[in-house]
Design a protein around this ligand. Sequence first.
Ligand SMILES: NC(=O)C1=CN([C@@H]2O[C@H](COP(=O)(O)OP(=O)(O)OC[C@H]3O[C@@H](n4cnc5c(N)ncnc54)[C@H](O)[C@@H]3O)[C@@H](O)[C@H]2O)C=CC1
Ligand SMILES: O=C(O)[C@@H]1CCC=N1
Length: 275
Amino acid sequence: MASQITFIGAGNMARAIFGGLIESGYPADAITATARHQQTLDTLAARYGINVTTDNAGAVADADVVILAVKPQLMRNVCQSLGEALAIGRPLIISVAAGITVDTLADWLDDPTLPIVRCMPNTPSLVGTGASGLFAGQQVSAEQRELAESLMRAVGIVEWVEEETLLSAVTAIAGSAPAYFFYMIEALEKAGVARGLSPDSSRRLAIQTALGAARMADQSEYDPETLKQQVMSPKGTTERAIHCFEQAGLERIVDDATRACFDRAEELARELQQR
Ligand SMILES: NC(=O)C1=CN([C@@H]2O[C@H](COP(=O)(O)OP(=O)(O)OC[C@H]3O[C@@H](n4cnc5c(N)ncnc54)[C@H](O)[C@@H]3O)[C@@H](O)[C@H]2O)C=CC1
Ligand SMILES: O=C(O)[C@@H]1CCC=N1
């Protein structure tokens, strides 16, 4: 029988995970989601066929897995209101919040013995191509590790990290990174329009090219650098474009942006712990 999963918070990330799970064949009636507003929940129940409630404590009572998916700034209050209910069923707790450490979560839940996995997922989980980092707290059993992994593997690839701070690195190159690629698609679309294409046509070409490049990088026997070289004819058009990116310092920009993302994840942890 499928594990009963409760999502506390039914926003962008929770929807991407339960939407992806349902798409992969996970039974919708084994999934419960909570939110503050009944109207949001009614829409989700109609669309996905999941169970919904505004009662967080009630929703975790019979759960095998509880996925904490509220904003980091709201997590302390949510944890403090769930502590007692979690102590009864002792489900596996998976937090997807950026930054907040296992120790901080255990502190807020007021129980150092609860099994907590931290997960840094990303929104392409919705279409089965997510990329998640997982870190297991000390109370997590081997079966619970497998359970967390199998849930996230149903919506994409999974990488375990053995040092918790590496989840901030996962945030920088996967959790936040779909936005970087959307940004690139946005920029390509605008550039296509500037070169005379219609907005629709430019968007279709940019999206399909991103999809094609990602699929090739995934499936090809060659590494990304070789695939790049295969597009770059000597003295041809691509060489000029890549030269332009290099002159503008694209690699340094990517390094700076991912460092800023990493630092923010670490900063969030400190900020929220101190409050
Ligand atoms: N959006 C993303 O791409 C990613 C988000 N995350 C993490 O996921 C978490 C959620 O982020 P998003 O889904 O983007 O935010 P969101 O704002 O879209 O969703 C949060 C949901 O929590 C609900 N909520 C707030 N207080 C609540 C309460 N007391 N009880 C029940 N529900 C409550 C809100 O109504 C909202 O629907 C964050 O901690 C974030 O760090 C992690 C990886 C990627
Ligand atoms: O921007 C954020 O804080 C969240 C965490 C990773 C992606 N979105």
